[in-house]
Design a protein around this ligand. Structure first.
Ligand SMILES: C[S@@+](CC[C@H](N)C(=O)[O-])C[C@H]1O[C@@H](n2cnc3c(N)ncnc32)[C@H](O)[C@@H]1O
Ligand SMILES: Nc1nc2[nH]cc(C(=O)O)c2c(=O)[nH]1
Ligand code: SF4
Ligand SMILES: [Mg+2]
Length: 230
């Protein structure tokens, strides 16, 4: 091989390896959370998370996973024939190349949502993606990680989610949405930590305080009780 061909080949392979992501699972299910609730959706779960929310239901995504080419991921997504794709984790934005995956999925015409902790900068996320951005309440143990500047990046089709484990978390959430005028920026979702508080208690607090937030339960846990692959 001539020198220039060798350099083309090495550039190409460098680009190929640069376009890989560490993936825990890709599965086809029903969206169980946020605004796209109920839609048949393909989930792409990226491996790794720099946070450790005490109630995290996805600890199996912290380690391991497989390196996959982004184009292979997009091809596997296509094989399921769904309109909706949800990129989640772990913390998907902890891998910078997640931004490339999001753009390619949007270019392919999917309705793309991104589940993110709110701890990493979202400013470079493709604006066609519907961001579902958590704000971590105190009982998560990770509220110091909230990156408040992310609020400026919210678009009307995005959502803020607060996962609530106690009355103290609820009062924190109520103050945060008032202080930042969140319900006027986008949909705000309050969700009980699965197994920590009675969902009904949270529902009644929202009614009593006349909050313009959307109550949600994780539908997949009602349907499949946390079985893998859903
Ligand atoms: C596993 S996280 C992955 C995405 C990202 N790391 C985040 O925290 O948004 C997906 C969603 O599940 C929620 N979640 C995790 N454990 C939960 C639990 N025990 N009860 C209710 N929601 C939970 C998170 O708050 C987040 O909204
Ligand atoms: N069915 C289903 N819907 C989901 N929506 C967000 C999920 C997540 O783990 O981010 C999730 C999940 O794990 N399963
Ligand atoms: S940020 Fe998300 S994935 Fe990470 S520990 Fe918290 S809930 Fe789990
Ligand atoms: Mg989940």
């Amino acid at each position: 091989m001539s020198g220039s061909n060798a350099s083309v080949a090495s550039t190409t392979s460098a680009q190929a390896s640069a376009e890989r992501l560490r993936i825990t699972e890709i599965f086809h299910s029903i969206q169980g959370e946020a605004d796209a609730l109920g839609w048949r959706t393909v989930f792409v779960r990226l491996t790794g998370c720099p946070l450790r929310c005490v109630w995290c239901d996805t600890e199996y995504s912290f380690y391991g996973g497989n390196w996959r080419d982004i184009d292979d991921i997009v091809a596997e997504v296509a094989s399921h024939g769904a309109r909706h794709v949800c990129v989640t984790g772990g913390e998907p934005l902890a891998q910078k190349r997640c931004l490339i995956l999001l753009k390619k999925l949007c270019d392919a015409g999917y309705d793309v949502s991104l589940e993110t902790s709110g701890a990493l900068d979202v400013s470079l996320v493709d604006p066609r993606v519907r961001k579902v951005m958590d704000l971590k309440a105190p009982d998560s143990g990770e509220s110091k990680r909230n990156l408040w500047s992310n609020i400026e990046q919210l678009l009307p089709h995005d959502q803020v989610k607060i996962v609530i484990a106690s009355r103290a978390d609820y009062e924190w959430a109520r103050e945060v949405i008032a202080e930042h005028g969140l319900v006027d920026k986008c949909m705000v979702l309050f969700s009980p930590v699965h197994g920590a508080i009675q969902p009904r208690e949270l529902a009644e607090w929202i009614i009593a305080d006349k909050l313009d937030v959307r109550f949600q339960l994780q539908l997949h846990k009602l349907l499949w009780n946390d079985e893998p692959g859903h």
